[in-house]
Design a protein around this ligand. Structure first.
Ligand code: SF4
Length: 210
């Protein structure tokens, strides 16, 4: 049994990579970038524990209800801190002909150099890796899904290679959800000033990404 510490799941989102995606924010990040929009995901002991098989069943159920689902996105938190469990999910995701987008605060070069077998497994199943820590002084949200200039798109399979030339035409968006209990959550990419405005409106900061 492999379990994963989860901060948040959004089953259908259009702002966390190409197309309609099932997004998993993992809990726990050792990188701790200054200015991270999601410091609540840093605690390695926080969040909720899900078995990988339960997450797979949930992704399969989401695909049945939304056949247009394009793929799954792993973000966080640091996905490579839980690479073993996420690799199991990613393997099944690929069997379902869906894509895998993975964010990491580590650079691709660091991940490649590692002797951590789980890291290599997760890289193997990842179609698009967005790598590198968030660097506050390089803040830039002009590119889709990315928070600072140093971060890069790594097209690890041909699945999204056609996007390389089109990235400039994809704009960042924020999704805002009003829940039955009155809370508001947001995910996607926004300028800090817009997030502060949302905070003033009383939203619960859970899913923004740097
Ligand atoms: S930006 Fe990403 S890598 Fe950096 S501290 Fe936040 S969750 Fe971790």
């Amino acid at each position: 049994m492999q379990s994963i510490r989860i901060s948040r799941i959004v089953r259908k989102t259009e702002v966390e990579g190409p197309g309609l995606r099932y997004a998993i924010w993992v809990q726990g990040c050792p990188i701790r970038c200054d200015g991270c929009f999601n410091p609540h995901t840093w605690d390695m002991n926080g969040g909720e524990i899900w078995e990988a098989d339960r997450l797979i069943r949930d992704i399969e159920a989401t695909l049945r209800s939304a056949p247009e689902l394009e793929g799954v996105t792993f973000l966080g938190g640091e996905p490579f801190s839980q690479a073993g469990g996420l690799s199991k999910i990613a393997k099944r995701v690929k069997e379902l002909q869906l894509s895998v987008v993975t964010f990491s605060g580590y650079t691709y070069e660091t991940l490649q150099r590692s002797d951590n077998a789980g890291w290599h497994q997760l890289l193997k199943y990842t179609d698009l890796l967005i790598d590198g820590p968030y660097i506050k002084k390089l803040h830039d949200v002009s590119r889709p899904w990315i928070g600072s200039k140093n971060q890069q798109y790594r097209f690890l399979t041909p699945r999204y290679s056609h996007l390389q030339e089109r990235l400039g035409s994809i704009s960042n968006k924020l999704e805002i959800r009003l829940h039955p209990d009155g809370t508001i959550t947001a995910n996607g990419m926004a300028e800090p000033a817009d997030l502060e405005l949302l905070l003033q409106l009383g939203y619960e900061r859970k899913e923004t990404r740097t």
